[in-house]
Design a protein around this ligand. Structure first.
Ligand code: SAH
Length: 282
């Protein structure tokens, strides 16, 4: 098999019994796994994976590897983080080769740090394999450059969910004043409240917004919108998580680029449900 030859040439590291690798699984498309991630899947005795990691990716594991779901989806079915760390310790102490497979990158809005610290405290050898984070992959696969010389030379990655009520915790006004594109994770349920705060802090209601769900998968959807109607538009098309929301000047590039880029991923294109006339725009 081609991949095996590639591994031979690359002399990839060995996942040793009794150790844990935290591995980024990327945004969803198995083609966006790293070579290290595939190698980890083939070496693992057990794979403890997030709910977002697809069967297609898990099917790359060796035939005798066990898989175990550990992740959380939204906050309702959340498994306490301490349980996951304890389970990793238990499996490593049995002498197994353990892969902890996390969506995107293990250190981006993923609590990988807690898991690594827990393992270090117990003296368990732990390594981390970076993955392509959803915030970057979603934009690129929706034909939205994260940065361009014409639009922006910085970008803000932010989490849009809240453990507590309302918009507490995040200083959205401060983020708005940076006048740089904002890429939101876990924000679909709160996009209305977030947009309001960004507009109150001075962002134009017409700031372009793109909502990208199931990025890089066959079910990918891209919704073009703007700050003042992002919430209504997402509701109108019944957009579902997981979704990344891009807000800012770089989003305007999509119009031009999407026409010319030949998509690698099948995608369900969406437009704003009701086109507003220029006169109605505030
Ligand atoms: N560690 C992950 C992020 C975990 S938080 C990473 O680096 O990508 C979970 C959030 O990631 C989701 O709420 C959503 O905002 C985003 N996400 C993950 N996979 C996605 C996908 N395929 N399409 C769109 N958003 C995705």
């Amino acid at each position: 098999m081609g991949m095996r030859d590639l591994f031979g040439q690359l002399c990839l590291p060995t996942l040793r019994p009794g150790s844990v690798w935290l591995v980024g699984a990327g945004p969803g498309d198995p083609g966006l796994l790293t070579v290290h991630a595939v190698s980890a899947l083939q070496q693992a005795d057990i794979i403890l994976h997030d709910a977002l990691v697809s069967e297609d990716i898990l099917s790359l594991a060796s035939a005798n590897a066990r898989t175990e779901a550990a992740g959380k989806r939204g906050y309702s079915t959340s498994i306490p983080q301490a349980h996951i760390t304890r389970r990793l310790i238990e499996l490593a102490q049995k002498g197994l080769r353990v892969v902890r497979l996390k969506g995107g990158d293990p250190f981006v809005f993923a609590r990988g740090t807690e898991e690594v610290l827990g393992l270090i405290q117990r003296g368990i050898p732990v390594s981390v394999v970076p993955g392509i984070t959803a915030g970057i992959a979603a934009l690129t696969s929706a034909a939205i450059p994260l940065t361009t010389r014409k639009t922006n030379s910085a970008v803000i990655l932010a989490a849009g969910h809240y453990a507590s009520e309302g918009c507490g915790g995040m200083d959205w006004e401060h983020l708005a004043r940076a006048h740089q594109p904002i890429v939101l994770y876990m924000a679909l349920a709160n996009i209305g409240a977030i947009a309001k705060r960004l507009m109150n802090a001075g962002l134009s209601p017409q700031t372009p917004v793109s909502l990208i769900s199931n990025a890089t998968l066959a079910t990918q959807q891209v919704l073009e919108s703007r700050l003042d109607c992002a919430e209504a538009d997402a509701k109108a098309v019944d957009m579902k998580a997981p979704a990344v929301i891009a807000i800012g000047s770089n989003v305007t590039w999509r119009k031009e680029l999407v026409r010319g880029i030949v998509p690698l991923f099948a995608s369900v294109p969406l437009r704003r449900p009701h086109q507003r006339s220029a006169g109605k725009d505030k």
